[in-house]
Design a protein around this ligand. Structure first.
Ligand code: NAD
Length: 478
């Protein structure tokens, strides 16, 4: 165990069956804070077998009892919230306040799906006298979850909570950069009274443990959150056993601002939209589409706000923490250099960068054309591309001018206009005058390269269920 300056219990050094481990880095300090097992196919086999061993116990637990167990898990996570937030902040570099908010969100997912466990229902289909047809929702057995590094525990609870509520066992592969909270959750699942095997974790690299899990014959569903390239790889791997897959693959979400919006409020929301979690959210509002009439004024307010944000180690609770890794920081820095090379304009941000850690200061590009790569590609850092429009139709065309279709923010005093755009835009999640609005009950997901399927809400339960149909010939009534 390695010394740390925050009150967390780091995992004992787990080893893979062949003894291999992976270091875990604090991206705020670049220090190694723990080691975890570098698992691969053998560890995945073992975890899936353990989960399969518990499927009968989970399936046969009455929904009310499953709901109670999820509610106990919510209470366990709530009781451990401060520790989990410190652990998440250490592992990702995210500010403590943000980590606390995400852990509170996890409690929300668990509480919501605790209630949803008893909402599962089938149908009866009238076929006339002498026949009875009905459907039964049944768990898929073992659900697999390949989790990203940007909001590790939150993304995990978002999909594991409905999977457990539907009566499945879950096998989780956290991102190699951020495995700590997934491991810590195992103890809380056990304390909540779930059967052994209901929640299994395999740490390791994506190309090893992740690929082995996605291709495993013993899983009944796969939920993947991450990059498009890896999403394609897991879809191909899952095709081997025709495993159903939910993919959540990111975006290039626009915030559309009309001249009648309240500009100070919009400036605040736009800055939160592209800098929260240092821009490492799939639904980051990384494009600003603004009415030319107010563009200069709004950009000035945005740059002033973004320039006042503090950068620092997650544990010091600044406004912005670092990028998750050196490799990711290089990627974001490369995009900033690319934006300038493409001819867009961004003043050097005023913040000095901390001496250690993978920091990038918030950067606002103007003079961006829709064909530029910084206007089309997901950067996953605190970088905003500003594009201007003159008409509502131009705004809509710009909004749709990427391969993604996840979030859309619309800022206007004209509700009819907002609803017109909401009707016509090609995206999965539209927010009017309130960016990042929503919650566990509200379905979330994208169109185009942003992915397939929906998470959150009752609809997400369907990803962890099959529907069995039973048709019966009955003796006619006499
Ligand atoms: P990634 O897609 O490679 O990793 C996400 C998860 O997939 C991790 O758990 C990883 O171990 C696993 N993985 C990697 N290769 C795999 C494989 N072949 N089979 C199965 N699992 C595999 O993401 P990354 O390389 O860490 O990040 C790159 C970019 O992805 C980011 O810059 C961002 O654009 C995007 N991203 C999006 C989200 C999101 O929330 N949608 C989250 C993280 C990253």
């Amino acid at each position: 165990m390695t010394a740390t300056r925050v009150p967390v219990t780091l995992p004992d050094v787990h080893q893979a069956l062949d003894g291999r481990t992976l270091p875990v880095e604090d991206p705020s300090t670049e220090l190694t804070v723990a080691h975890v097992a570098r698992g691969g196919a053998a560890e995945v086999d073992r975890a899936v077998a353990a989960a399969r061993g518990a499927t009968r116990a989970m399936r046969d637990t009455p929904p009310l009892e499953r709901g109670r167990a999820l509610r106990r898990l919510a209470a366990e996570v709530d009781a451990a919230a401060e520790e989990l937030a410190h652990l998440e902040s250490l592992d990702t570099g995210k500010p403590l306040s943000l980590a606390r908010g995400e852990v509170a969100g996890c409690v929300g997912y668990l509480d919501y799906y605790a209630g949803a466990a008893t909402s599962l229902q089938g149908d009866t289909i009238p076929l006339g006298p002498g026949s009875l047809a009905y459907t039964v929702p049944e768990p898929v057995g073992v659900s697999a979850h390949v989790v990203p590094w940007n909001a590790p525990l939150s993304m995990l609870c978002r999909s594991v909570a409905p999977a457990l509520a539907a009566g499945n066992c879950a096998v989780v592969k956290p991102a190699e950069q951020t495995p700590l909270t997934a491991l810590r959750l195992a103890g809380l699942v056990e304390a909540a009274g779930f059967p052994s095997g209901a929640y299994e974790v395999v740490t390791g690299l994506g190309a090893e443990a992740g690929a082995a899990l996605a291709a495993h014959a013993g899983i009944g569903s796969l939920t993947f959150t991450g990059s498009v390239a890896t999403g394609r790889a897991v879809l191909r791997a899952a095709a081997e056993h025709v495993t159903p897959v939910v993919t959540e693959l990111g975006g290039k979400s626009p915030q559309i601002v009309f001249a009648d919006a309240e500009l100070d409020d919009v400036a605040r929301q736009v800055v939160t939209g592209f800098t929260a979690n240092s821009g490492q959210y799939c639904d980051a509002g990384s494009r600003l589409l603004v009415d030319r009439a107010v563009a200069a004024e709004l950009v000035e307010r945005i740059r002033a706000r973004a320039g006042a944000l503090t950068l620092g180690a997650g544990a010091d609770d600044p406004d912005l923490g670092p990028m998750v890794s050196a490799a990711h920081r290089r990627r974001v820095d490369d995009y900033v250099a690319l934006g300038r090379a493409e001819g867009a304009d961004a003043p050097t941000p005023p913040q000095p960068l901390p001496a250690a850690g993978h920091f990038v200061a918030p950067t606002v590009f103007t003079g961006v054309g829709p064909a530029m790569r910084i206007a089309r590609e997901e950067i996953f850092g605190p970088v905003l591309a500003v594009l201007e429009f003159d008409t509502e139709d131009q705004a809509l065309d710009l909004a749709d001018a990427t391969d993604y279709g996840l979030g859309v923010g619309i800022h206007t005093a004209d509700v009819d206009r907002a609803l017109r755009i909401a009707d016509r835009v090609d995206a999965g999640y539209v927010m009017v005058n309130d960016y990042f609005a929503g919650g566990p009950a509200v379905p979330f997901g994208g169109t185009k390269l942003s992915g397939t399927g929906r998470e959150r809400g009752l609809v997400a339960l369907e990803s962890y269920l099959t529907r069995k149909t039973v048709v019966v010939r009955r003796a006619p009534c006499t």
